[in-house]
Design a protein around this ligand. Structure first.
Ligand SMILES: [Fe+2]
Ligand SMILES: [Fe+2]
Length: 480
């Protein structure tokens, strides 16, 4: 079969010749009903019978892989799609650099690989669970469609990881695949594995911030796994990245459109001081300082996902050739890192300092640095919107030590500039740097749905172009 095209004949669309692999096919078909039950229980609340204008992957050709059409979400074609196998791909880094990439799991790295795949897999359904009530308050049908697109694709990403578990990890892989359907975001007894995926996503600004900041962590992790010497993992994650780009687009443009509406309304009303919060809120838009606080929250929660700055696990995974650096194949060094160092920001003797440490143990820090740079690009584009309206305000990423729960800074409190503060100073200032309950209430008060085609809630401007180039009044969701 042609790897570029997807076989839609069976129950599970795929480009991995599932028909020629009866054992895995049977395992996936057994898992399928449980997945659908999970989707019905924990996927978007309501709207399951609505027709949503979604893209479905019909190929893995980067030039044209998606087809748009109206679909009921439970009928979405969740499939198994791997990027084409590169000819003679070599392991790009670590102790095995230059050897042929593995097509089977190397026995000595089995446990490590399984754990990485399970952790990645766990984040995918978690975000669907976090976002399940947002449809009801969608600011437009356009935004509602984007939410559901993100949701069905996160569902597909779960399929992607489950395929790897079922195909390469035998009985314990099947057990893990089952457990991925059992954990629940925010559940006290069986929570999802990572902190940020147990937080609430109660409103649309949170959703946009989440897709901007937290899906971008997903991108960085997938980029690192796309370099893997275990070829099936590399190929799976490479295709996931093409879908992931849309999630970050939803986040960046969502926040950008929110900012634009705020600036427009301030200009119309002749309000020059962005800190005149009461006056700005009277206009039915979200004031810029509150948008900054939301960014502070989501950025800091997401930084925790990178783990400890200095990490033996990360060193081992790199050395083994399992998890690389961001764009490893574009980096110009020995790809072994046994003799080099990397600067790490640490907390030592009551101060935040930068210290050179062995590069192998600093890989989490390095990936986080690449992440911060990637975030900064989007923040700068948001600031361009504010500049256009001549408003004296700039959004800014807080210091990496701010509001952390994992790693070097988890034991201290700092302000947004990274100045260490004591507990009482933190308590006094907290509501100035993180969303207060009043801020949350205000944002929630704006979340009234707008389901008329072409109409948008008060606090957000329409997008510049439609999805699939559709006109402004296109009915992206036909609500049942
Ligand atoms: Fe994902
Ligand atoms: Fe995503």
């Amino acid at each position: 079969m042609n790897i570029m095209n997807v076989d839609y004949d069976g129950l599970i669309p795929n480009n991995v010749n599932l028909n020629g692999d009866p054992r895995v096919k049977a395992a996936l078909e057994k898992w399928h009903p449980g997945y659908l039950d999970w989707w019905k229980d924990m996927g978007p609340d309501g709207f399951q019978e609505s027709l949503v204008y979604l893209r479905t992957a019909v190929s893995v050709d980067p030039k044209g892989w998606a087809k748009f059409d109206y679909v009921k979400m439970p009928d979405y074609k969740w499939g198994i799609l791997l990027a084409p196998q590169g000819e003679e791909r070599k392991i790009p880094f670590g102790a095995h650099a230059g050897e042929k990439a593995w097509q089977e799991v190397p026995g000595e790295y089995r446990a490590m690989l399984r754990r990485l795949i399970v952790i990645q897999g766990d984040t995918e359904p978690a975000s669907v669970e976090q976002q399940r009530f947002l449809g009801k308050t969608a600011p437009s049908l356009y935004d509602m469609r984007n939410l559901f697109q993100v949701n069905v694709e996160e569902g597909r990403h779960l399929w992607a990881m489950v395929y790897l578990l079922q195909k390469y990890f035998g009985a314990d892989g099947r057990e893990e695949a089952e457990a991925l359907l059992q954990r629940r975001s925010g559940d006290l007894d069986t929570p999802r594995m990572l902190g940020a995926f147990n937080e609430e996503t109660p409103d649309w600004l949170s959703f946009f911030m989440f897709t901007f900041f937290t899906d971008r962590d997903g991108k960085m992790q997938l980029e690192a796994l796309a370099q893997s010497g275990f070829d099936p993992l590399s190929r799976t994650t490479r295709f996931m990245l093409t879908e992931e780009a849309h999630h970050m687009f939803v986040g960046e443009t969502g926040v950008g459109r929110t900012i634009e509406r705020t600036c427009q309304e301030m200009q119309k009303a002749g309000i020059e001081d962005p800190y005149d919060i009461n006056a700005v809120r009277k206009l039915g838009v979200i004031d810029l300082p509150t948008i900054q606080k939301k960014a502070n929250l989501h950025f800091s929660l997401t930084l925790d996902l990178f783990g400890n700055e200095i990490s033996t696990n990360a060193a081992n995974a790199f050395h083994a050739g399992i998890k690389g650096r961001y764009r490893e194949d574009k980096l110009d060094d020995d790809h072994k890192l046994e003799a080099s160092t990397y600067p790490v920001t640490r907390f030592k003797d009551g101060r935040i300092v930068t210290e050179e440490v062995p590069a192998l143990s600093a890989l989490n820090m390095r990936l986080r640095d690449d992440y911060v740079a990637d975030c900064q690009g989007g923040v700068s584009r948001w600031n361009k919107v504010i500049e256009k309206y001549n408003i004296g305000f700039q959004l800014k990423l807080p210091h990496v030590a701010f509001h952390r729960h994992i790693g070097e800074f988890s034991s201290i409190k700092t302000d947004v500039d990274g100045k260490v503060v004591d507990d009482s100073a933190w308590e006094k200032k907290k509501d100035e740097v993180l969303p207060s309950s009043g801020d949350k209430d205000y944002i929630e008060s704006l979340m009234s749905p707008q389901f008329e085609p072409g109409k948008f809630a008060s606090w957000i401007v329409p997008p510049k172009v439609g999805i699939d180039n559709k006109p402004g009044d296109f009915e992206y969701v036909k609500i049942a």
